[in-house]
Design a protein around this ligand. Structure first.
Ligand SMILES: Nc1ncnc2c1ncn2[C@@H]1O[C@H](COP(=O)(O)OP(=O)(O)OP(=O)(O)O)[C@@H](O)[C@H]1O
Ligand SMILES: [Mg+2]
Length: 574
């Protein structure tokens, strides 16, 4: 049996791209409108239907309250986004974008797409990775791999330059994140040595500096605060980005926004000219924030700046001339433009997808290893303070990796222990990022220090962590796969119920007819991007879940809702 196609997706803060591996190379997938790059924007139209990409971006000015952008910046942060009257989690909204990709990829390739490799910033933490995975699952994709973006970019470079032996630094400055990764390439083997970055640094921050400047100037000139008008801010944001992009190729740019505000009944325009020099001056602190992560990867990778053979630029923001200037003066090497900064990550994700499908022979082709970007550990007690971070897996070790530490009980007759897991570089857990906790109980009651607990961390190729604790004397175990914190999303195990099992549940036959009817209607509607389709498919899943969990009251209610909806749809259909 031919295994189904795996596509690679670069789900970016500003833009999203997808690719497939065919005929020995990555091929970028085009939308129905022949676009390779789609805005990562999602919204609800007037009728309450989901829209994604260009269409969503186009309604930004008219309906900013029904449109969301830069969703990726909120993923894993436990925040919600309001569209219209409802709140959505970043996972919900990201899954809409991925669903759109799945649809156009399917159209382009002429088959149903069910599997994907999705890239994330190397510097994404465990929760951000988990949520990206969940968004993929919700979009109906089996996520075969979560791949680090700079690693993907390096794969795309590596495929074309396999014969080289070199130290490569991938510098990825996108819309919302900065990633830097050091790799070593040797006879087609690409080894990631170290990754670092800043999840809160990207092109958007450069826009923000311009926006703040324009708002400030307008306030000085006219005494009016433009920030009070959402419409004005949407226009200024667009103009600022346009200005920034123009300054990548010209020395100055004039922004003119007529009718941006009124004073009495006099209409006011915003009219400002910005020079490259001014722009570079106002964003100097941003570009300087790239230095610390670069130093970290050089140090962790154990090389000097002078030993870097090649710097590869990825991400739309590297088109700003100041990036090249800064790298040249900071590292003493001129970066190369060997890959397409917009497409390299998607291409690399497709190469990884090709490896997963077995269509790239590791004997002849590219092999790759990656690292974990953060230190992982647990809270411990050293006799003085309970806030110590005991490192279990140091940052920038090659993954997959499994490491174990032995802990002893720290007070007499202790029968349980809490394992609190953290990610981060501080010696104190309070400054690190809490990932999750669990309790192991049933420790034999003895004097302090007499019982041992073995804690193991396994960090897989997706950058996802498994933690296990074992009481050495009894062999009793407890474990977690790091839980999503309270982000308003479904817990993983609820997602992971195999819904196809509903038929085997005693008492399910009463629901067979309605399920059949809903499925028939869904087939008729066809387009997975349709609003009704969503409600139907969510309702159907909820019903199957209720049947499997034998929550009959719930099932009854869901059935009634579904019957109402289907009858309504059948009505308008005829
Ligand atoms: N010519 C240009 N000059 C300056 N900046 C540009 C230019 N073209 C695009 N950009 C900026 O690049 C950013 C988008 O880059 P890209 O599409 O690589 O990011 P992304 O992949 O969506 O984000 P991330 O990787 O951070 O999640 C935007 O901030 C955009 O303004
Ligand atoms: Mg990107």
């Amino acid at each position: 049996m031919k295994k189904s196609t795996v596509i690679g997706i670069d789900l970016g803060t500003s833009t999203t791209e997808a690719a497939v591996f065919r005929d020995g190379r990555p091929e970028i997938l085009l939308t129905m409108d022949h676009k390779a790059i789609i805005p990562s924007v999602v919204g609800l139209d007037e009728g309450g239907n989901w829209i994604v990409g260009e269409r969503a971006k186009a309604q930004m000015l008219l309906a900013p309250d029904r449109t969301a952008m830069e969703v990726k910046r909120l993923i894993g942060k436990g925040k919600e986004i309001t569209l219209g009257k409802q709140n959505y989690s970043p996972v919900d909204l990201s899954s809409r974008i991925l669903e759109y990709v799945r649809t156009y990829a399917g159209e382009y390739l002429g088959e149903t797409i069910e599997r994907a490799v999705i890239s994330v910033p190397a510097y994404f933490d465990d929760i951000q990775r988990h949520e990206t995975l969940l968004a993929g699952t919700r979009a109906g994709l089996q996520v075969e791999r979560i791949l680090n973006e700079p690693t993907a970019a390096a794969l795309s470079y590596g495929l074309e330059h396999m014969e080289e032996e070199s130290h490569i630094l991938v510098y990825d400055l996108g819309g919302g994140t900065f990633d830097v990764t050091l790799l070593e390439m040797f006879e087609g083997i690409l080894e990631v040595k170290a990754s670092s970055g800043d999840n809160e640094l990207g092109g958007k921050d450069f826009d923000r500096k311009l926006i703040d400047y324009l708002v400030r100037r307008f306030r000085t000139l006219h005494g009016i605060d433009l920030e009070e008008s959402l419409q004005a801010m949407v226009r200024i944001r667009d103009a600022a980005e346009e200005c920034k992009m123009a300054l990548s190729t010209s020395d100055s740019y004039r922004i003119v926004l007529p009718l941006i505000a009124r004073k009495g009944d006099k209409p006011l325009a915003l009219d400002e000219t910005i020079t490259v020099g001014q722009f570079e001056e106002m964003t100097r602190d941003l570009i300087e924030r790239t230095h610390a992560p670069i130093e970290v990867v050089l140090q962790d990778g154990g090389i000097l700046a002078s030993e870097i053979d090649r710097v590869i630029l990825v991400g739309g923001s590297t088109r700003m001339p100041m990036v090249e200037k800064d790298i040249s003066s900071f590292l003493g090497i001129t970066p190369s433009r060997a890959v397409n900064p917009d497409l390299a990550v998607a291409e690399g994700a497709a190469i990884q997808a090709g490896m997963i499908q077995g269509i790239i022979d590791p004997e002849e082709g590219l092999v790759m290893t990656d690292v974990n970007p953060y230190t992982l550990g647990v809270q411990s007690f050293d006799g003085y303070t309970v806030n110590n971070m005991t490192v279990i897996i140091p940052r920038n070790v090659t993954i997959p990796v499994e490491r174990t530490e032995i802990f002893t009980t720290h007070h007499d007759y202790q029968t349980e222990a809490d394992i609190r897991v953290y990610q981060g570089e501080s010696a104190l857990v309070t400054s690190n990022h809490f990932l999750g906790e669990f309790r192991i109980s049933g420790i034999p009651s003895r004097r302090a220090g007499k019982e041992n607990i073995k804690v193991s961390f396994a960090y897989d190729v997706n950058g996802i962590l498994d933690v296990k604790a074992v009481i050495v004397s009894t062999g009793k175990q407890a474990s977690i796969q790091i839980d999503l914190q309270d982000t308003g999303s479904l817990p993983l195990d609820e997602e992971e119920i195999d819904l196809s099992g509903w038929k085997d549940v005693k008492g399910s036959s009463a629901y067979r007819a309605v399920i059949r009817r809903v499925e028939r209607m869904m087939k008729k509607i066809g387009s997975p991007m349709d609003g009704e389709m969503d409600i139907l498919s969510e309702g159907l899943d909820a019903l199957k879940r209720a049947i499997i969990l034998e929550e009959w009251d719930e099932a009854k209610e869901l059935e009634e809702n579904l019957i109402d909806l289907v009858s309504f749809l059948e009505g308008i259909d005829t």
